[in-house]
Design a protein around this ligand. Structure first.
Ligand code: ATP
Length: 217
């Protein structure tokens, strides 16, 4: 279970999150909804350790993550896919995926991670484009690639920022289906989105309004 308690985050003098508290049970999909500027990205970045000024507690499986660097949170099973996906544009699809597993190889103890074949089973569309540069695939395919790359780390919980934003409907369906499968495999998902795309498959929907959270259902 991920627990966020009394999270307050500011950019300089401007406070973006106000006393945000919630839990994400293991194996569930929790959706964070909110308008532009509500604080969704700030929340996901804070959980991943990318907002050093964040105040509050973040616990994962009972362990405090508060003082851990992003790579240490990744080693403990958090995986973050930012809104802009941060792919290596000049590298091929295959190289983007392999980079994640090479980082893993240096780690001990070794834990079970997704292999290339597992990612291609989840996203068959990527199989035919392994040698294409990541910059030359569509937005939806890039989203699949970013998700696949994160799955080849030790991630057991996925923090996804607008995974369906600006993507063709057919690929949105494929991404939604993949998230459902991942949930079935025991992954925990925290997904931020402005629209209602994934609402139907969420176990819980939380609303962020101007940096404050309320539970809507
Ligand atoms: P969007 O859907 O537009 O990405 P969001 O819900 O993810 O919005 P955030 O990006 O977390 O919202 O922004 C929350 C607040 O923090 C906004 O008021 C925004 O202007 C502010 N903010 C975000 N990033 C910065 C930054 N780097 N410097 C200063 N203020 C920022």
């Amino acid at each position: 279970m991920l627990e966020v308690r009394h999270l307050n985050v500011s950019y300089g003098q401007a406070q973006a999150l106000f006393d945000v508290s919630f839990v994400v049970p293991v194996g569930k999909l929790v959706l964070i909804q909110g308008l532009n500027g509500a604080g969704k990205s700030t929340l996901l970045k804070s959980i991943m350790g990318l907002m050093p000024e964040a105040q509050g507690q973040i616990n994962w499986w009972g362990e405090s993550l508060t003082h851990l660097a992003p790579f240490e949170r990744s080693q403990r099973g958090l995986g973050y896919v930012p809104e802009d996906r941060r792919l290596f544009a000049a590298l091929t699809v295959k190289q983007n995926l392999e980079i994640a597993s090479q980082v893993e190889m240096s780690r001990t103890p070794k834990v079970q991670t997704m292999q290339l074949a597992d990612v291609l089973t989840l996203f068959p569309a990527l199989a035919g484009m392994l040698d294409r540069p990541a910059s030359q695939i569509s937005g939806g395919e890039q989203q699949m690639l970013a998700l696949g790359r994160t799955l080849m780390t030790q991630a057991r919980m996925l923090l996804l920022d607008e995974p369906c934003e600006g993507i063709a409907p057919v690929l949105v369906e494929a991404i939604a289906a993949s998230l459902q499968k991942l949930k079935g495999q025991g992954y925990t998902l925290l997904v931020a989105e402005q629209n209602q795309t994934l609402r139907g498959m969420a176990d819980q929907v939380l609303q962020l309004v101007s940096g404050s959270m309320s539970q809507s259902d």
